[in-house]
Structure formats: C-alpha cells, structure tokens
Design a protein around this ligand. Structure first.
Ligand code: PGA
Length: 252
C-alpha cells in the first residue's frame, strides 16, 4: 500500500522564530490527535536544523525546499544535499515550478539535484505540472511526461522507491483556482501509467502522487477521495496550523 502524505511547503515565509512557533504548534496538535497519513513540513534552509531537532520524536518529518546541483566546494550561497541531510531533514522538494521559472532550473540541473539528494540519503518530492497556456493547448500529459523523463526516469527501481511525485498545475498554485478533482484524477492516473511503463505496475501502484495548487481543508476531501490522489503538497494553507490540520483531517 502506498503512503498517504500531506506535505507543507512554506516557501520563503516565516522567520526562524515564527517557523519554530508554527512547528511547535503542529507538533502539539498532532501529538494530541494522531494523523492518518504521513505529515511533512518543507521549510527554508535556515529552519531545518532547529525544526528537525524540535520534531525529532514527533510524527512530522522535515523537508528542504531545494538543494544544490553540486556536491561541495566553491559555490557561494548554495546548500548541498549532504548539508540538508546533516540537519536531520529526510526529504527535499525538487522541481517546483517556482524554481524552474524564477531560477532557471532545467531538467538537466534537476536531474543532478535528484541524483545528489538520493546519493545523500534524502527522499525527493519531485514536482511536475503544466502552465495555463499548456493546459489550454491540452499539452498537460506531454509536459508531465517530459518533466519525468527529463529528471527522474533514469533512476534505478531501487532509487525510485525514494521518489514522491507532486502534480502541481502552475495555474492553480497560489491562485485560488484548484483543478477539479476529476481534472486532477485524470492526470494523476496518467502519471501513474507513465511510471508503470518505466518501472512496472507494482512500482507504479506503490508510488505516492500528491496534488498541489490551492489545496485547502474545504477541497481536500474531494481531491483525496480520488483513487490516484495520495495526498497534497500545500503552500499557503500550510502556514497556519489549523488550516494545515484541516487538510490532514481529510484522511480521517
Ligand atoms: P499553494 O501552493 O497551495 O499556495 O497553491 C502549492 C505549492 O506551490 O506547493
């Protein structure tokens, strides 16, 4: 049975103190009421060590939102996969459309990042998804397939076990426009078929595929009710503990 996951992506929000306060609040809420899914929070680099320590004995896992495509050395300002791992973080989000668009992360760069993340013992939440223009031209399947082929389909079956896919239509991120549950299910089923074509039916069945893009407590139950939607990658609604908890509760 594949894992159900609700993962937060704080993006560039929260000072260290604010992040610690949010993580503490979530830890307390989820200690009182055990979640029915795996819960991950993705934080900026500067929070990772403190938040990982804080959540050490909790049900919440910690993720970075990026890592470098180089192993180590003279890359001023970069943070390596080994450094992320050394904080106690278990995951790294890679391929987010904001990184692709604003920081020019190409499929080739992302492939290097994925390889380094896995080599350093991190699990990867790999994001894919089409723009509005591509959706209007009905290219969503081709775009998703190409993004997978470009950065993760070279992995061995053993490595693949550490990959979580997040389908995030760019037109739904932070816009309040969610894909309908049927729209999301259609492409999730297609993504699972692409995985099956490369890694076989069993591996595809075991792969967790998250939906992301204006997911909130009010639409999560319908989205997560679809057979190929295994949870969510949550931006805006992960910044307040009650909002995030509302989404986690969709698995109840
Ligand atoms: P959103 O962001 O939930 O604020 O739309 C999702 C994401 O970008 O991961």
């Amino acid at each position: 049975m594949r894992k159900k996951i609700v993962a937060g992506n704080w993006k560039m929000n929260k000072t260290l103190q604010e992040g610690v306060a949010l993580a503490t609040e979530l830890k307390n809420i989820l200690a009182a009421e055990k979640p029915n899914c795996e819960v991950i929070i993705g934080t900026p680099f500067i929070h990772l060590a403190t938040v990982s320590e804080l959540l050490k004995d909790s049900v919440i896992a910690v993720s970075a939102e990026n890592c470098a495509n180089k192993e180590s050395g003279a890359y001023t300002g970069e943070v390596s996969a080994a450094m992320v791992k050394s904080t106690g973080a278990e995951y790294v989000i890679l391929g987010h459309s904001e990184r692709r668009e604003y920081y020019n992360e190409t499929p080739e760069i992302l492939k290097e990042k994925v390889n380094l993340a896995l080599a350093n013992g991190l699990k990867v939440i790999f994001c894919i998804g089409e723009s509005l223009e591509q959706r209007e031209a009905n290219q969503q399947e081709a775009v998703c397939k190409a993004e997978l082929a470009g950065s993760v389909f070279h992995l061995t079956p053993e490595q693949w076990k550490n990959i979580v896919i997040a389908y995030e239509p760019i037109w739904a991120i932070g816009t309040g426009k969610t894909a309908t549950a049927d729209q999301a299910e259609e492409i999730h089923a297609f993504i699972r078929k692409c995985v099956a074509d490369v890694y076989g039916a069993q591996a595809a069945d075991d792969t967790t595929i998250l939906y992301g893009g204006s997911c909130k407590a009010s639409n999560a139950p319908e989205l997560f009710g679809k057979p190929d939607i295994d949870g969510g990658l949550i931006g805006g609604a992960s910044l307040k503990a009650p909002d995030f908890k509302g989404i986690i509760d969709a698995w109840k």
